[in-house]
Design a protein around this ligand. Structure first.
Ligand code: NAP
Length: 313
């Protein structure tokens, strides 16, 4: 793989760099691949599978075989690159705490390969990490290392790698959507099919932030190119969509009754989604938009949900 052809001296990092992208075959990663390539970068994409390798080649990327469990594979991918975007995550929520720890080890390994260089490492977190007060939008300047969500491990690992001198920034994600997938709403739709009702908790006015996947991909690229050590960005287009509005679109789409549930009933109905169903976690991207000049333009979450062919299946 060809390394950078241009000296890195600007505040913005542009033109033909080799980017190691973990999660390159995933929902968000597969939107980041063309975003990077169209901006002139080369992509070295991590995957575990032959099918993943084929899809990366078809998208114009190089393939790096490896696994989050194989830290040497992460170190060697990072060592070949001019910068890293880390989007891989094991989404088996029955092992969520263990998978958050796995993400921590992955970030530490990627960081170790970049120590002593100024190559950027962009890691992934959730906007919930920036919530300081209940009901107030999360902001980029807040991180609570005692947050109850075990995913805090990702940002804590980023902070320790940053303390070792690595140029780390964080992209925090909301519900990322297109007309096929929509973050936690995709399993909510499957649950509605299974249970025959589309449910929300209490009055359903709790809010989830959202952004279209193409806007999110552009933000990752801008964050990488900006190379601002310690920066946190919120990929938020909509500060908060109420879960009742989401439940109503799902109910209409699947012709399922829409019902309100008490928190006690919700625990039985939602399974692993119960930890998120009643959460009110709006988020702002005001600082991100100012610092990166990022302007989300994609369709909104409800508009994408209304377009879903999945409902007709
Ligand atoms: N989608 C959302 O709305 C949302 C919201 C908040 C946060 N996030 C975060 O954003 C990131 C990307 O999410 P996504 O929705 O794009 O995920 P996804 O569609 O589930 O894709 C997961 C990716 O991770 C890779 N992966 C999984 N286990 C791995 C392992 N053991 N070793 C190596 N690679 C592995 C997969 O690669 P292969 O199978 O090819 O190996 C795949 O590319 C994750 O950190 C996720 O938690 C997403």
């Amino acid at each position: 793989m060809e390394l950078s052809r241009y000296a890195v001296s600007e505040q913005h990092w542009r033109l033909s760099h080799a980017v190691f992208l973990t999660g390159a075959t995933g929902f968000i990663g597969s939107a980041i691949v063309p975003e990077l390539i169209n901006a002139g970068h080369q992509v070295l994409g991590l995957t575990r599978s032959d099918a993943g390798a084929q899809s990366l080649i078809a998208a114009g990327a190089e393939v790096h075989r490896g696994d989050l469990e194989d830290l040497e594979s992460l170190r060697s991918g990072a060592a070949k690159s001019d910068g890293v975007i880390h989007c891989a995550f094991d989404h088996d929520f029955s092992r969520f705490v263990a998978n958050c720890d796995k993400d921590m080890r992955a970030i530490e390994a990627l960081g170790a390969a970049l120590e002593g260089t100024d190559r950027p490492l962009v890691i992934t977190s959730g906007t919930g990490m920036g919530n300081a007060e209940i009901g107030q939008p999360a902001t980029e300047d807040v991180f609570n290392p005692s947050h109850p969500n075990p995913r805090k491990a990702s940002e804590s690992a980023g902070a320790s790698v940053s303390a070792a001198g690595v140029n780390v920034s964080v992209v925090r994600l909301p519900q990322v959507h297109d007309t096929v997938k929509q973050g936690l709403i995709t399993p909510l739709i499957a649950l509605t099919r299974e249970k025959g009702v589309s449910a929300y908790v209490g009055d359903g006015l709790n809010r989830w932030p959202a952004a279209h996947v193409l806007d999110v991909a552009r933000l990752y690229r801008l964050a990488l190119e900006k190379r601002e050590p310690g920066a946190r960005y919120h990929a938020v287009a909509e500060e908060g969509v109420t879960v009742r509005d989401i439940a109503e679109v799902i109910g209409r789409g699947l012709k399922a009754p829409v019902v309100a549930m008490s928190p006690e009933e919700a625990a039985g109905h939602f399974g692993w989604l119960a930890m998120f169903a009643g959460l009110d976690f709006p988020a702002s991207s005001a600082q991100t938009q100012k610092r990166l000049g990022w302007r989300p333009t994609g369709p909104g979450l409800i508009a994408d949900l209304k377009q879903m062919r999945y409902f007709d299946a």
